[in-house]
Design a protein around this ligand. Structure first.
Ligand code: ADP
Ligand code: ZN
Length: 616
């Protein structure tokens, strides 16, 4: 056989993949490892793809499914996820369907017939359905291009989303040994990854691992003063019309904050496990299908939320761990446009985390692991360095440069030598018997002779009034950082009093160097004054005229979406509308050049948006 033949075939397939990228999806070039993954799968290879959220995993199996003969079968854990993907594919002119429990019997039969006849390109299937004898039979009567196993971490007990049904997917390889399999996940950690390989029988599969950075997300942590007012200021200044998520720890707080924001004129809806399922569903639907909805939620919200234009994720309480934080904030900015991850954080948060740790009923080894996780989280909150470096370092990417897109990079934090202040604070703790809280201790340092202090005789202590060089909020910050650094501990079973940590004697002796970060003053600066965001649309912020046009295009998109009852982003992504505003295309040819405008969308919506652009 001519040894050049496979190479020629491979390059023809690569051309075909690029053509589909342009025609169907409207994009010019592949991102990162997409092209390599696609080439590998098209050639019939198995693989595991580790890519961050928003990295572009879907194309890695959608394009091979179109290039290869037969149907692409996509295993996906959630009906909502499938529906979104199928809607988006249909808009792009791809023949796609979902097989899940939401179908009527007639509908399922019709899809199965289309599969046998090869009259469909991509079928999304729930895992429990895929392994039924009926479905396996249909598969064996159809021509299959590939199996894609999305959210593959669901197979692992280590992950937070373990799905027992995923375990049975190992049978795919046994039943259909010649069909390539591609497993995809955004979960990075080693144990989960090993589990996926082992349980899905992917030992021979090639691994494609992209970095986990989300460069378009800007991380900021602000010291908590008046959390509600801080949240409102953040929303008003940074995201007056944007959709986003506000996470709170308790249901009560969710209700309270949603009500508060609604009173302030925001379209804010609550979401937590205590709401009626119908209400919850409706609120989630509105978040997806309307523009500018703020969802206020407990962590019950988020799994399976694929809305690309979530512009901010705000935490009013600290998350459980850095893993949880990364996952929750990762729901912002999937479309690659700038998004904010914003958190308020204070002493009460530290105490509640410590409380969770101490009261959890686990063995010593487990407790040690949890303490390390807690320390990592506190370290992230209190760092004076680049937050992204801390985050990525925690996930194993150690040599990331400073990011210039987090609060500490944009507004470098000053650190100060805190040995003397630490000694004063620790000695106040020690001399009062290691059982008082921060407020009382700060009063002593500042020499405030309250009734309680006089009654207790604390106004006669040597430390009384020795801390006048710092203001009240600065002392609070010192105590918080001493706890974060482990020199102080919190008695969570008692009344939240502080006691000396193991390292405190060293600090008191002056044998340890101590640095504190100086909390940034909560400055009010307008968006324009802030550093440019690397991922900001080319040319920076909109002019007011562009802003008006953008609003028009958005409104038109919403109308079109409502008519078809699909989310607006399956019509066009924000990035695509933004480019329309910038480039002002005047013809279908010019419009087709804009990323995200494929052939099918050009035919359906091209005229409508050109009219809108001409009128604007
Ligand atoms: P993931 O599943 O990894 O979270 P998606 O597949 O949903 O990510 O893709 C995220 C976003 O990136 C989508 O808006 C998608 O249309 C866009 N995208 C993917 N690949 C490309 C590309 N090659 N060029 C431009 N945009 C892309
Ligand atoms: Zn940074």
């Amino acid at each position: 056989m001519d040894s050049a033949a496979p190479i020629v075939a491979a390059s023809a397939q690569a051309d075909r993949a690029r053509e589909l990228l342009r025609q169907v999806f409207g994009y010019d070039s592949f991102r990162g490892e997409q092209e390599d993954v696609i080439g590998h799968v098209v050639a019939g290879g198995d693989c595991l793809v580790l890519m961050p959220t928003g990295g572009g995993k879907s194309l890695c199996y959608q394009i091979p499914a179109l290039v290869r003969d037969g149907i692409g079968i996509v295993v996906s854990p959630l009906i909502a996820l499938m529906k979104d993907q199928v809607d988006a594919l249909r808009q792009a002119g791809v023949r796609a369907a979902a097989l899940n429990s939401s179908l009527g019997p007639g509908e399922a039969v019709a899809i199965e017939r289309a599969m046998r006849e090869g009259a469909i390109d991509l079928v999304y299937v729930a895992p429990e359905r895929l392994v039924t004898p009926r479905c396996v039979e249909v598969l064996s009567q159809s021509r299959i291009a590939l199996f894609a196993i999305d959210e593959a971490h669901c197979v692992s007990q280590w992950g937070h989303d373990f799905r027992p049904e995923y375990l049975q997917l190992s049978m795919l390889h046994e039943r259909f040994p010649d069909v390539p399999r591609i497993a995809l996940t955004a979960t990075a950690d080693g144990p989960t990854r090993r589990d996926i390989v082992e349980r899905l029988g992917l030992g021979e599969a090639r691994v494609f691992a992209a970095g986990f950075d989300r460069p378009n997300i800007r991380y900021s942590v602000v010291p908590k003063k008046d959390a509600k007012a801080q949240l409102l200021a953040f929303l008003t200044e940074e995201h007056p019309n944007d959709a986003g998520i506000v996470y709170c720890q308790t249901r009560r707080k969710v209700e309270e904050i949603a009500e508060f924001l609604a009173l302030k004129g925001r379209l804010a809806l609550p979401y937590h496990a205590g709401l009626e399922p119908a209400t919850r569903q409706r609120n989630q639907d509105r978040f997806l299908k309307e523009e500018g909805v703020v969802i206020v939620a407990t962590v019950a919200f988020g799994m399976g939320i694929d809305k690309p234009n979530v512009r901010f994720v705000a935490h009013l309480d600290v998350p459980k761990s850095l893993e949880a934080y990364y996952q929750e904030t990762g729901r912002g900015g999937r479309d690659g446009l700038p998004a904010d991850a914003w958190m308020t954080y204070g002493m009460a948060d530290v105490m509640s985390l410590m409380g969770l740790l101490e009261s959890s009923d686990v063995d010593e080894r487990q407790r040690r692991i949890e303490r390390q996780k807690l320390n990592a989280l506190l370290g992230f909150c209190e760092t004076a360095g680049c937050r992204r470096q801390v985050l990525l370092g925690y996930f194993g990417e150690r040599d990331h440069p400073r990011c210039n897109n987090c609060d500490t990079c944009l507004q470098p934090v000053r650190v100060w030598d805190g040995v003397v202040a630490a000694q004063k604070a620790l000695s106040a703790v020690f001399r009062t018997g290691q059982r008082f809280g921060v407020a009382h201790l700060v009063d002593i340092l500042l020499g405030k002779a309250s009734d309680r202090i006089r009654q207790l005789g604390h106004d006669r202590l040597k430390t009384f009034g020795v801390g006048l060089e710092l203001a009240k909020h600065e002392w609070q910050s010192v105590f918080r950082q001493l706890v974060a650094q482990g020199h102080l501990a919190v008695d969570v079973e008692g009344h939240g009093g502080l006691y000396l940590g193991e390292t405190a004697p060293q600090v008191l002796k002056g044998a340890v160097a101590i640095e504190f970060r100086k909390d940034a003053e909560v400055e009010r600066r307008s968006r324009r004054e802030r550093g440019a965001r690397p991922a900001a649309p080319p040319g920076g912020a909109f002019s007011s005229e562009e802003e008006a046009l953008w609003q028009r295009l958005r409104a038109r998109r919403l109308e079109l979406a409502r008519e078809q009852s699909v989310p607006p982003y399956v019509i066009f992504h924000d990035a695509t509308l933004t480019e329309m505003v910038r480039r002002r295309p005047r013809s279908l040819g010019e419009l087709a050049e804009i990323p995200g405008v494929g052939k099918s969308k050009l035919d359906r919506y091209g005229g409508i948006f050109l009219d809108e652009l001409a009128a604007g």
